[in-house]
Every structure is written in C-alpha cells, then in structure tokens.
Design a protein around this ligand. Structure first.
Ligand code: PGA
Length: 255
C-alpha cells in the first residue's frame, strides 16, 4: 500500500497560544479516527515545546522547520538536533526554498545538516525545487540533480529515513500548483535519482509534493505515482482545510 505523509509547515506564523489552538482543533477533528496517513505539524521553534505537550503522538507527529548541524556551542541563534529530539520532534525540514533564498543556505550546508540528522532517529525532509527562471530556461532537472547529488552526498546512516519534498519555488504560496504532468515527471526523476544516490532502499522513501496544495487539488496530486504526501503551507494554517486534506488522503489510501 502507498505510504502518505501529510505535513503542515506553519512557517513564521502562530504564537504559542495560536499554535495550541490550531493543534487542539486538528486533534479534535481526528478524534475517534483510525488514520492510515501519517500527520505531521511543524510549528515555529517557540511553539514546539507547548505543542509537544498537547499532541497525541499516535496520530500526530511533531517536526521542526530548521536546525543546525553542530551538537552545541557558540552558535548564537541556532537550534541543535538534540534540542529538537528532546522535545520529541520526529522530523526536521531542511533546505526550504525560503531558507535557500532569504538565508543563503547552500547545498553544502544542507548536506551537513542532512548527515547530522541521519545520525539520529529523526527524519530529515530535504526540500528541493526549481525557480521559475530555472523552469523557463529548461534547467529544472539540472537543478534537481544538483540539489540531490550534493544534498545526499555521503549519506550512509538510516537511509530509509530520508524524505524529499519537491517544491517548485514558483508554486509556493502563489495559488498556482504545478500541473499533474510536471509533478509526475519531477517525482519520477527524484525516485530514480534517489536510487542512484542511496540504492534500492529508495523504493520506500517518501517523496512529498509542496506548493499551493489545497483542498481543491490535493486528491489529484496524491493520486500521482511516486507522490507520498504533501508539504502544506498556507492550507495547514486553516484547520478545517487541513482536516479536509487529511480526509482526502485517507480516502485515497482506503481505495
Ligand atoms: P504553500 O507552501 O502550501 O503555502 O504553497 C508550501 C511550503 O512552502 O512548504
């Protein structure tokens, strides 16, 4: 059976109080449901501890939106993987295009983060994706190739934990998701590239799609071969819509 991860990336939204309300609403909506999909919420750092106390880890997992690769020390403003692990985070998003664009994160830096995360039980969600300019100049696969080759270089531990999120930059927050054909093509490419980088285990690695996923397009996206869920920004902040997206994922898995 297909595996599905529905992940909410709350970005720099929700203070502690709002995060608690949001996750409580989601928990309420999932009450008495036996889920086949895995559900993940990634609040801002400041809310992780309080959300951690509220969630029922059977149904909802907790993730962070970033981390640093060093274990501790003089890195003002940074958060270590063990700090997140201590709060029972099971996933960490790395390399989101907003971090690449606004905070100058490079493939080399992300590789260091990935290797450090793989040395723990936490699952890294490595985001990759082309800009509009890349796509228009036919460089989409060149970019994906570079991001995966460097990002996954020397990955040896816990390879089954690696999750890739394909997020075309032009589709993020624009209301303009990639087409079924574009997603299908990119995810097949990523699956094949994962085989090259980490070997046969890649059959089972999750590949998520992100970029303007909503309750109106989610079913058609999740039905695509090699799509194992979504990384959802805007729609994950609207609890009814997020629950609706989970419901649609469940319907697909139950088919
Ligand atoms: P979006 O964001 O769903 O608001 O497009 C997705 C993401 O940035 O992960």
């Amino acid at each position: 059976m297909k595996k599905m991860l529905i992940a909410g990336n709350w970005k720099m939204n929700t203070n502690v109080f709002e995060s608690e309300k949001l996750v409580e609403y989601i928990i309420g909506g999932l009450k008495n449901k036996h889920l086949l999909s895995e559900i993940l919420v990634c609040p801002p750092f400041t809310s992780i501890a309080s959300v951690s106390k509220i969630i029922n880890y059977n149904k909802i997992s907790l993730g962070a939106q970033n981390c640093y690769y060093e274990t501790k020390g003089a890195y003002t403003g940074e958060i270590s993987i063990s700090m997140l692990s201590h709060l029972r985070c099971s996933h960490i998003i790395i390399g989101h295009s907003e971090r690449r664009a606004y905070f100058a994160e490079t493939d080399d830096l992300l590789n260091k983060k990935l290797i450090a995360i793989l040395n723990t039980d936490i699952k890294p969600i490595l985001c990759i994706g082309e800009t509009l300019q890349d796509r228009q100049s036919n460089k989409t696969f060149e970019v994906l190739n570079r991001q995966l080759s460097i990002g996954l270089d020397n990955a040896k531990e816990n390879l089954e934990n690696i999750i890739i999120a394909y997020e075309p930059v032009w589709a993020i927050g624009t209301g303009l998701a990639a087409s079924i054909e574009q997603i299908s093509e990119a995810h097949t490419y990523i699956r094949n590239k994962l085989h090259d980088c980490i070997g046969k285990v890649a059959d089972n690695n999750l590949i998520l799609y992100g970029g303007s996923v909503s309750q109106s397009n989610v079913s058609s996206i999740l039905e695509i071969e090699n799509v194992n869920g979504g990384l959802i920004g805007g729609a994950s902040l609207k609890p009814e819509e997020f629950l609706n997206i989970i419901e649609q994922s469940e319907t697909i898995l139950k088919k």
